[in-house]
Design a protein around this ligand. Structure first.
Ligand code: NAP
Length: 282
């Protein structure tokens, strides 16, 4: 019978651990970790994410700042704000909610964040460190997936893992993390030929593409582990992933639901990275 990987529960456990760590920091007379979140424009999904990040910070006893900027703000103004936060003592992490309006160069903004405060793990320095196995910030969604696999004691050693999606924030860093954990990784994308053949042979399939019900029952072998990263809305507006959960879950040994799987882990790992940043200064 399939077992559900409960990201909500695991993320709650991680947040509880973080809360204790923060209490230890403040009880020793040191300041709490601080996170600055920047949002540009009125994207409703981004607003929800930013508010929930700020709420989580407060619940864990962290200091947080929310910078809500007009969609018309210039790139220079945004860069100036980041520079100020880079130099602000009580800020350990800076997060710029993506996507940004088209007139702002996202790469330039990411690169403006000090790598030591890049708790999203998107800066080329942190991605480079990940590639060569040095200590840096790991991008939160793949980091959260690795944590889920570990806490559910899913053995990766020598396992065949297929990752569908090759974005800089999910697929690529995840491929590196899985390889480091001794899995044999195949990264697939929109130009991959015979995708089903690849997913059918995999012990673990991870889908991060943003297409509702993309991974179907006939694409997965019996007993496989399936991780669904996608966040989509179906025709009725209900949140759903990239996996046809109802049918795929009949074949899997373990599977993440949407919502309640990978999603809650991303915020938990962001908090973990912010505490890591603070600890490195103590
Ligand atoms: P992205 O930047 O749009 O990248 C999508 C990837 O999927 C690309 O590599 C693309 O291939 C591939 N792809 C698209 N259609 C495909 C197809 N038919 N067959 C095979 N590959 C295909 O997306 P992303 O930012 O990684 O996000 C992916 C999904 O995860 C979205 O639903 C997003 O909302 C969700 N997400 C969730 C979290 C979370 O916290 N749970 C965090 C981040 C993202 P090409 O490279 O060839 O174009």
């Amino acid at each position: 019978m399939t077992k559900i990987i409960d990201g909500k529960k695991v993320s709650a456990d991680i947040k509880e651990e973080i809360k204790i760590e923060i209490e230890k920091i403040t009880e020793s007379g040191q300041r709490a970790p601080g996170l600055a979140v920047i949002i540009v424009g009125e994207n409703p999904a981004s607003k929800v994410y930013v508010n929930s990040k700020a709420k989580t910070c407060n619940a864990l006893g962290m200091y947080s700042e929310k910078h809500v900027l007009d969609a018309e703000i210039t790139e220079e103004e945004l860069l100036k704000l980041i520079e100020g936060l880079n130099n602000k003592e009580k800020i350990d992490g800076i997060l710029v909610q993506l996507p940004l309006p088209k007139h702002i160069d996202e790469d330039k903004i990411i690169e403006a964040i000090k790598p030591e405060k890049d708790v999203d793990g998107f800066h080329p320095i942190n991605l480079g460190k990940l590639v060569i196995g040095k200590n840096g910030f790991k991008s939160c969604t793949p980091y959260g997936i690795m944590e889920l696999l570990e806490r559910y004691e899913i053995d990766l050693n020598g396992k065949d893992v297929v990752v569908v999606g090759r974005s800089n924030i999910v697929g690529k860093p995840l491929g590196i993390m899985l390889t480091k954990a001794n899995a044999t990784v195949t990264i697939c994308h929109s130009r991959t030929k015979n995708l089903s053949e690849k997913t059918l042979n995999a012990d673990i399939v991870i889908v991060a593409i943003g297409r509702e019900k993309f991974l179907t029952e006939d694409m997965v072998k019996k007993g496989a582990v399936v991780i669904d990263v996608g966040i989509n809305r179906d025709a009725s507006g209900k949140l759903c992933g990239d996996v046809d959960y109802e049918n795929v879950s009949k074949k899997t040994s373990l599977i993440t639901p949407v919502p309640g799987g990978v999603g809650p882990m991303t915020i938990a790992m962001l908090m973990k990275n912010t505490v890591k940043s603070r600890m490195e200064k103590i």
